[in-house]
Design a protein around this ligand. Sequence first.
Ligand code: P6P
Length: 334
Amino acid sequence: MFGKQHITLGEFIIANQDSFQYSSGELSRLLNGLRLAAKVVNHEVNKAGLVDILGEAGDTNIQGEDQQKLDVLANEKFIQTLKNREIVCGIASEEEDDFISINSLDDNHQNKYVVLIDPLDGSSNIDVNVSVGTIFSIYRRVTPVGAPVELKDFLQPGKNQIAAGYIIYGTSTMLVYTTGDGVNGFTLNPALGTFYLSHPNMQFPETGKIYSVNEGNYTHFPQGVKNYIKYCQQEEGDRPYTSRYIGSLVSDFHRNMIKGGIYMYPKSSMASNGKLRLLYECNPMAFLAEQANGKASDGYKRIMDIQPEELHERVPFFCGSKKMVEKAEEFMAQ
Ligand code: P6P
């Protein structure tokens, strides 16, 4: 039997546009732009093994990380799509040293949104065919409309986000996003090139039995993190938990949101603020987590309350089922 026809992402964006307090159609156009870029990047990711876009681009990004050819390609695709459609006044990318001001030719910066993007997170996994993702975060500019954007338009605390989401290029390709009214997941039907609503109102289970952390760094973690990991491994009650770490934040987050779990990238003696970027990874994932009844902190305070000081700053990241994050925070407080 044919189940009820799933609503498409395009229909969903339009249907929910009016409930969005800032609705002027601009956010819808922006989300549709991201939808298009997601399909283009998905096409490239899925054929990466067949054409010469695997491996390193021979360059390094501002993070000092070897840029993968697909990193560069995904970065270019998202920036170009957002520029061509003239729907944002500025873009900041994890792959770019500085932010980009979009000087719309005709309406000189009349757009009011800025987008921050991690175009291909976990890209070192591409050559081994492990899923990767794109992460995006959308704010209203804080400087006057009509002038070029400034750094302060991008250095906003995560609680100012008006939308955030990710595309996960996994066994299926999904676009998961929020505009502050819950989290909804859309699955791409590659035959049609259309995203359909497959996971309405996604929620983190209150608690879970999965913890995600790179245990190879165990000896370098703060004592509170070590104690929490040992707590997860103890034979007691519903423990030991299962350790699952894909090395791709979007994939670990997505699995934990569906099954229940906690993702941690703590600081360590090797990385004093951890590895994840506040603006491009932690804030958008924190917005999604809170909208899905989960929690996101740096081990002590809410991620989305942090006032960023610079574009590429890193913060320790604890994110997932509320009760698991709270238990980890208890250990961090000891
Ligand atoms: P490590 C990918 O580079 C990333 O930013 C996240 O997607 C992932 O969870 C983490 O870094 C993996 O880092 O140090 O454990 O390899």
